[in-house]
Design a protein around this ligand. Structure first.
Ligand code: 5GP
Ligand code: ZN
Length: 112
């Protein structure tokens, strides 16, 4: 737990979220500012700042999060989806607690 980290507070249930999945290592909840009809975040319970802050000890956790994405996407009926991990301020990261965006639904997403 990192003081003043909004996602640590969500993990601890200190602030509310639309959490729909939880296990011993991760939670998933809907993004407060969705950019697609379905847009959720998969967040490790332990505080790690970003993908750049990960090391070999996070290998299994990162694999678990990626494997969880299609399972949770299927729960919302998504036939396809996009995953995104913003890393660092220059990478567009705003919340410095590692998370993976999963979003889709509606029209085909634009090519990037
Ligand atoms: P980043 O830009 O760091 O990759 O993504 C952070 C995401 O967290 C943003 O899409 C933002 O809308 C979302 N977010 C920020 N604060 C909250 C919050 O308090 N609750 C929820 N559900 N999402 C949040
Ligand atoms: Zn945190």
């Amino acid at each position: 737990m990192s003081a003043d980290c909004i996602f640590c507070k969500i993990v601890a249930n200190d602030i509310p979220s639309s959490k729909f999945y939880e296990d011993d290592e991760v939670i998933a909840f809907h993004d407060i500012r969705p950019i697609a009809p379905v847009h959720f975040l998969i967040v490790p319970k332990g505080h790690v700042e970003s993908l750049a802050g990960c090391d070999d000890s996070h290998q299994a956790l990162l694999g678990k999060i990626l494997l969880l994405a299609p399972k949770l996407a299927a729960q919302f009926g998504l036939k396809g989806f996009r995953t995104m991990i913003n890393t660092g301020r220059e990478g567009g990261q705003e919340v410095f607690h590692l998370h993976i965006h999963v979003f889709g639904g509606g029209d085909t997403l634009p090519k990037i």
